[in-house]
Design a protein. Sequence first.
Length: 462
Amino acid sequence: MAEGIVMKKPDVHHANPLARTLLNKLDYDQLTNCMRCGFCLPACPTFRETGLEPESPRGRIALMKAVADGLMDPDQAFQDQMNHCLGCRACEPACPADVKYGQLIEQARDAIEDHAEHSLPVKGLRKIMFEGVFPSRSKLKLLGGSMRLYQKSGLQKLARGTGIMKLFPRHLREMEAILPESTSKGVVEQLGTFYPAKGEPIARVALFRGCIMDVMFAGTNVNTVKLLSEAGFDVVIPETQVCCGALHAHSGEMDGARGLARTNVAAFQSAGVDYIASNAGGCGALLVEYDHLLGEDDDPQVREAASWFASRVKDVSQLIVEKGRIPAFAELASEAEHGTVTYQDSCHLRNVMKSSSAPRQLMKSVEGVSYVEMKEADRCCGSAGIYNVTQPEMAGQILAHKMAHAANTQARYMLTSNPGCLLQMKHGIKKHKPPFKMEAMHIVDYLHERIAASSGDASKKR
């Protein structure tokens, strides 16, 4: 579409309430920007699995536009197709027209959720999690403590031993088996709200600690702070920050996502920081788009603050490589014979935050370790937030391909930069059993283990 031309939404009277909502919420300019060229097809995981046009970004955009133009009603098949998308956004870098597909799919899901008829249990669970647990630090701590009690008291062993877990679907049993140890003591409880840089400070960085991240991966948050300190950053952790809102946005709860974004923008702006560090690709992808998320806020000061926030968000690897002092990383003695590593890209880190080289540069800087690039490392692993729970069949097919490529690397360590990807890789290793020892780790944990004892004096100069 020629620059400066704005397409008007069609003047169509929709008898279907959902169709009216879709017309109001969908960005019609983005719908018409799609040139139907098909460059997105080979980038889309669901299209690659099925070969069906509706399973592609081009196909889904065509369905959205058909509804907006009054050519079809958004029936259950339409809704299922919108929910079948992983939201990996691999189509966006492949698109010559720069169509914001990720925004369109979130707008479609937001409209669908406005008219969704969930069962009473599902409706109750969504309300508890989206309105009660995720926005509340105290409830997240309670969740973490409860999970830890389940894992450490013998209840988990009892549940597995008595066969109670067999009452749950197989994919949920498999995910339960690889859950990490949870805690009610997050990074603030362990390190406080300020952690000084080692050596001369380069900049003041705020850590985005996340919600589930600080319950199930609190150790990674702690290691992130220490790694940033080694790289020369003063680290602050604003206590009033909340969940990023990504799970809300992906699930059609856009108003909830915007409310969380406003809280976070205020919390981090008052901290007076130069950068905002994220160690979860899924969170970071929404954080860098807070300016879009809050772009139509009634308050111009909120819009300005959201732009300030979004411009400062960086993945931890990117921040260290571009702005910090890269620490000295030493191979562990136990890895002398087999320290090979490979890497699975976080889709949102690669496709939205545009960071794929920095993690690889840090891995390659570990002394004595061999890096092997995995075939199709840029392809989605099937995790996609909670996609592996809501769409287990498709997620399982995608994971099977991923583990075949992983096995071909013969790597001792499979690293990634997102907690969802990490759990999916752990699940893949447990399920597909590579013919050699392989361990999935967050890149931050891997690097922190390998910081040389003299790193404070021997940091590499850029």
